[in-house]
Design a protein around this ligand. Structure first.
Ligand code: ZN
Length: 338
């Protein structure tokens, strides 16, 4: 039990004997799958208590921009697929499609073979196969949270909004770190060439994303506040929406929790676009079906309806499954990372 795979009550994912991922625990290795706030909790404690903080180089870069401090001597940057041998265990980061630098984690030891998806979306995340225990994120853990369209429909809706309204002033787009930069790249790939404006941190992250995705996001300029008159797209972190919402232009909120349609009018000059960085319920099940582990643990500290995901996996796929920790039925993803 001690050296298997489980979810601790603080949301740390314990893998093998040495790894705690995305939460603090008294273990020598702390893995950060990506730099979202609900996955970097307890980092200061881990810096003190753990020997190494393990993450991709891109995730370290993002943490630096966000002010999440990890001293150089504690850093263990790993490329995707690069094994790290520690105390009889091998730790490997595998690409996850979510935000810049996101990774799944695999721990192999004599006792077993364990994996954790971290946050992910499909397609674009390769299911980890042959595991004894798979710990899976289930942000949208039941059919009541199922989106009925693909992310491409949401991007198409966003492009239509930009083209239709940009003549009347700027288009403001609100979202979380990582998602904003991914959407910048998606828009550039699809030929949206209007100038992008963003606050300094968002610009810095966009320059990192540009390398990560291999997409040129320029022209991109720092926005320092105030009314914007030009036909530009302004990208703003969700937490700053209240500062800009009343300024002239069309305001667009990127939120995977909009389940009614790809784009929905949500107020005066306010549109929700249903763009998510997480697998839908159906995609979670597809992942598990392709991965076929011997046992599944559903993380109940971050997603919603983890208990249902576990029950469904057990009954429909015939794989033993449980939501953990057992005293928690659902987390609070909605507030942390949409
Ligand atoms: Zn995330």
């Amino acid at each position: 039990m001690q050296c298997s795979a489980r979810v601790a009550s603080n949301g740390a994912i314990l893998l093998g004997c040495n790894v705690a991922a995305d939460g603090a625990a008294k273990r020598p290795l702390r893995v950060v799958t990506h730099a979202h706030q609900d996955h970097t909790r307890g980092l200061a404690r881990s810096v003190k208590e753990s020997l190494f903080i393990v993450a991709t180089n891109y995730t370290f870069e993002v943490m630096d921009v966000l002010g999440l401090k990890v001293p150089v001597e504690k850093r263990m940057p790993l490329s995707y697929g690069q094994p790290f041998h520690f105390d009889g265990e091998t730790i490997t980061l595998v690409k996850a499609r979510h935000i810049i630098g996101s990774a799944q984690v695999v721990v192999e030891s004599r006792k077993g073979y364990y994996g954790y998806t971290g946050d992910f979306k499909m397609p674009g995340t390769k299911p980890l196969q042959g595991l004894d225990v798979l710990v899976i994120d289930a942000t949208y853990g039941s059919p009541r949270l199922q989106r009925r369209w693909g992310e491409w429909d949401a991007i198409a809706a966003l492009m239509e909004i930009i083209e239709r309204f940009i003549g009347e002033g700027p288009v403001w787009i609100y979202g979380y770190h990582g998602k904003l930069q991914e959407v910048m790249a998606e828009l550039r790939v699809r030929g949206i060439s209007y100038e992008f404006l963003a606050e300094p941190v968002t610009v810095e992250l966009a320059r990192i994303a540009s390398r990560f995705y291999g997409v040129d996001v320029e022209p991109l300029r720092v926005y320092t506040g105030g009314v914007v008159k030009d036909p530009v797209v302004v990208f703003v972190h969700m937490s700053r929406k209240k500062h800009y919402r009343r300024l002239p232009g069309i305001h667009v909120v990127l939120t995977g929790w909009e389940l009614r349609a790809p784009a929905v009018l949500a107020g005066k000059r306010l549109i929700n676009v249903s763009f998510s960085d997480h697998a839908s319920f159906k995609e979670i099940i597809e992942y598990v079906d392709a991965a076929r582990p011997r046992k599944v643990v559903v993380d109940a500290t971050r997603g919603k309806d983890a208990w249902f995901t576990a029950k469904y996996i057990e009954r429909i796929l015939g794989i033993p499954a449980e939501a953990q920790p057992r005293d928690r039925e659902s987390g609070n993803k909605e507030d942390a990372d949409r």
